[in-house]
Design a protein around this ligand. Structure first.
Ligand code: PLP
Length: 429
């Protein structure tokens, strides 16, 4: 469910007309719905209410300070992957002891900074990293809290670029090495404290099966580790998928009620129903690291049709945004539903929606049957709140779009559009 829908033929985010925002602030423009973010958090949290749990928002999915503040204010923790993300959490009013620090390549500077700030846990991805953290903690005369990321070798059945829990992926430590590593760490590494165990099998999972398989496989390991070490948490990672293809309709409960029960996309209620009975037997705090689920359907990217081009093989609508603002379609053929800001139920046309960037991969949609678009029309790319702006680049020296947060009938610019001066900031002749 989310808060984007037509009202009298105009696309609204909560109580705000997106046509108004597009004409006031120009395009491209990211818009976020604060109440959708809060609802997503509250829905997940209440589905898990029988479990001792914490929700650590995966900051990588959307690190805008106002998004982080919104989540911090309603009780979220944070899963970070860099010193920069820790800095953002602190700026948004959070603290390091709400943060787990994941990622395969933590640097000395990042480890030192996190220790100084009082990180809750480093989620360690190799033995070499574990030893390095121990060494730095020793230099600082402190104890580093750590959890090891176990790679359960489970097929997440998602796009290969967002699958992380198979042995051939670079993430985590193989399941069969974990017990030995915990023994080694507790006997040899005096400056780390084993605080938990973590896993994350992949992103955009829309069925329960891979989650279930991973939790069933790793739970006995958690029990064994808990018997021999003072671990206090098991993080089951993120990965809950969202609806991309039918994004607008999925804002309404009726859409979910009408899905074929056999192939219904995963809901958080179903996720909790299947996982809580197993997880509650572990008698340990459960962490979750959702990113996409929390913010994906809470954001949209608005862009304007600059030109139409009728080619021999294809029709193109060239828009003022591209892969520099939203790279998912180019990177992993990610689908975003595209709707006009002014509803148009008339004629349709099969088009490629392409950007201005000098790359053939710079497209938002190919051979898509869309309401007939005219030059000057505004369109919305839905479900763009996760892995959208955070992956933006200045390629072709194009400025970052502005970001706006909507709450009810009010809105706020939460990141200004970049200027040409911003583009050369830090450069010297
Ligand atoms: C360790 C870890 N946790 C959580 C996430 C968030 O995943 P998602 O946005 O699919 O929930 C990721 C995403 O890559 C991740 O690598």
């Amino acid at each position: 469910m989310h808060d984007f829908d037509y009202q009298n033929g105009n696309l609204f985010c909560e109580g705000v007309d997106l046509n108004q925002l597009a004409s006031t602030y120009g395009t491209p423009l990211y818009i976020y719905s604060e109440n959708t973010i809060k609802d997503n958090f509250n829905r997940l949290s209440s589905a898990l209410s029988d479990l001792d749990h914490r929700i650590a928002f995966a900051v990588k999915s959307n690190s805008n300070l106002s998004v982080l503040k919104t989540l911090n204010d309603i009780g979220a923790d944070f899963d970070i992957v860099s010193g920069g993300e820790l800095f953002r959490v602190l700026k948004a009013g959070g603290s390091a002891n709400q943060c787990t620090f994941a990622g395969v390549g933590k640097t000395r500077e990042e480890i030192e900074y996190s220790l100084e700030q009082g990180i809750y846990s480093f989620n360690v991805e190799s033995e070499a990293e574990l030893r390095f953290i121990n060494e730095i903690a020793k230099e600082q005369n402190t104890i580093a809290p750590v959890a090891v990321r176990v790679n359960p070798n489970v097929d997440a059945k998602t796009h290969k670029y967002i699958s992380t829990g198979k042995s051939e992926n670079k993430f985590g430590i193989d399941f069969e090495f974990i017990e030995d590593l915990y023994l080694k760490a507790s006997s040899e590494l005096n400056n780390v404290k084993l605080r938990g165990l973590q896993m994350h099998i992949g992103s955009q999972l829309t069925q329960i099966k891979p989650f279930l398989e991973a939790v069933e496989k790793v739970s006995p390991l958690v029990k064994k580790l808990k018997a021999n070490h003072e671990i206090e948490f098991f993080s089951i990672g993120g990965g809950i998928g969202i609806i991309y293809e039918d994004a607008l309709a999925s804002g309404k409960k009726e859409w979910w009620d009408n899905q074929d029960p056999e192939n219904k996309p995963l809901t958080v209620e179903e996720y909790a129903k299947k996982l809580v009975p197993i997880l509650s037997t572990l008698d340990i705090k459960i962490l979750l690291e959702p990113g996409r689920f929390m913010v994906g359907n809470a954001g949209t990217l608005i862009t304007k049709v600059l030109y139409k081009k009728i080619g021999a093989a294809k029709n193109f609508a060239i828009v003022d945004s591209g892969m520099g603002d939203l790279i998912r379609p180019a990177l992993y053929e990610g689908h975003h539903e595209i709707v006009p800001l002014i509803k148009n139920t008339g004629e349709t046309q099969v088009v490629d929606i392409v950007g201005p960037i000098c790359e053939s991969g710079d497209f938002f949609a190919q051979n898509r049957d869309l309401p007939l678009l005219q030059e000057g029309d505004h369109i919305a790319l839905l479900s763009a709140g996760a892995y959208g702006f955070v992956m933006a680049s200045n390629y072709n020296s194009r400025a970052f779009p502005a970001e706006i947060m909507v709450n009810g009938t009010t809105h706020k610019v939460v990141r200004k559009r970049q200027s040409y001066d911003d583009l050369i900031m830090g450069e010297e002749l």
